[in-house]
Design a protein around this ligand. Sequence first.
Ligand code: KG4
Ligand code: ZN
Length: 340
Amino acid sequence: MNSELILAIESSCDETAAAVVERGRVIRSNVISSQIDLHTLFGGVVPELASRHHIGNIVPVVDAAMKEAGVGFGDLEAVAVTAGPGLIGALLVGTSFAKTLAWAHGLPLVGVNHIEGHICANFLEHPDLEPPFLCLVVSGGHTHLVLMKDYGEFEIIGRTRDDAAGEAFDKIARAVGLGYPGGPKMDRAAKDGDPARYEFPQAHIDGAPYDFSFSGLKTAALNLMHHAEQVGEEISVPDLAASFQAAVVEALADRAMRAVEEFGQKRLVLAGGVAANSCLRQTLEERCRAAGAELVKPSPVLCTDNAAMIGAAGWYRYIKGQTVGLDLDPSANLKLGDMP
Ligand code: KG4
Ligand code: ZN
């Protein structure tokens, strides 16, 4: 069937998602079932619970995506599924289900790297976007500056040496009592805060101008809280959120804009859950404009985990003939650019 339709499945963390995507560019349906309420009770994602809930959610979520797109399995050209990185139990649910569908309906199977998916989310809303381009990928587990040279071809020019940007937001949000999921809560709290109230250090790594480090920033925020507690001072949560967010955004924008200049880029592509951050979006928008470059970014709903992005990435792997067998083995640590 040359329908150019892919059914994509994503289950690497705490969202069970399925989507039908046409030619890697057009969303026919995009269904996301979030487990936020469940994990909120525990202050973070509990892997075992996430897997169990994927098991319960995957059939209705795939069903809803097929119905919303108005297609049957006979209309599909392939099935794509996130094969890593992520929580292994969670990945196993999605990959097992995708394999079963591929086997039962005689469809080719494509294993997709989750981070590649985040980058390819941009193809869904920017029809003219084609590689090569420079991309800042900021998620809960990864912070990379990447040159996407061609479909499926990546060169990482900078990466975090310790925490990912999203992880730093989540940890500080938890420490100040904002809870899970931390990033969006910090973003919201920061809107009422003064970003100049607390000062945070900026890390610079000798000889690695594009690498990031957020652990010093995180420790500084935790020390500030402990010190305030010891001397009986009250910390302003909005001010702390705004100041911490400003420091994270500065670190990201500094490297990204340096790379835009150094590599002579006319555009910067943004991707990953933290790309939904309002301060990061606005700051990069302004700096790109000043540098004569265009900022390309997904809508917030396509920044965080979804299956449409897996359908976009999966399509470009599929048309290169890069399908996988039914022995596909998901990998918790799959590296960007590596095939599952
Ligand atoms: O890409 P993603 O949905 O999942 C991973 O692949 O990791 O990213 C989730 C991360 C979390 O750390 C979450 O707190 C962060 O993205 N995030 C945000 C915002 N929305 C999500 N961080 C800052 N501001 C936001 N608005
Ligand atoms: Zn993600």
